[in-house]
Design a protein around this ligand. Sequence first.
Ligand code: ITT
Length: 221
Amino acid sequence: MLRYVTTNEGKVREAEEYLEEVAALDYDYPEIQADSLEAVAAYGARKAYDYAGEPVVVDDAGLYLEGFDGFPGPYSAYVEDTLGVERVGRLARREDATGAQFRCVIAYCDGDPFEASPEPVDTGERRGQDLAAEDRATATTDETVAGGDGAEDARVAPVKLFTGAVPGTIVEPRGDGGFGYDPIFEHDGRTFAEMSAAEKNAISHRGRALAKFAEWYQGRS
Ligand code: ITT
């Protein structure tokens, strides 16, 4: 059984629309401090696989404010907990920095190596390289195999990554749906919190990453 590893029920609801046989695993995997979602997700997927012993998906996402050089990005959860969504929204609007993007990275790990597409799976051989830099370099590809995370203990199992992004504008909060930053993130005239889960999924960062993952995973199983 595929496990969607998250403490966030909103993510599970969205994932269920794409994946037939998936069960949530409420495991708070350690999140490393890194400047890419890829590194955080890859590390988390290896840790979660070690913990669960069955195929896992870890999903790391963030809000990137263009006028703030991508802040809060991989620190989005911390910023939501400390500042809160409304203040982030006010800050962005006050600074006229309302251009934004949501990004999502899905990391899959089942302990096995993958078909080498588009590049070889990582193994211990890549130890010692500047893996964080590699993660940054691969951040723009749609589908890649993660290099790692800079930590020694969770680097052995191969991880496959799928990414999705969606552009939007930061607005005053509207809507009751979704979660996290959804009420302040407008895309095509509506905030994500004003959309149904299906509508959000059809265009969202997570939906795009999940669609790529689901297609690949079907071919694999
Ligand atoms: P897990 O790590 O347990 O999966 P989380 O909510 O901490 O749960 P992330 O680290 O991926 O998940 O999320 C980073 C932040 O971005 C967090 O504040 C989320 O609420 C927010 N976020 C993630 N996806 C989002 C989405 O689709 N819409 C709005 N906010 C989102």
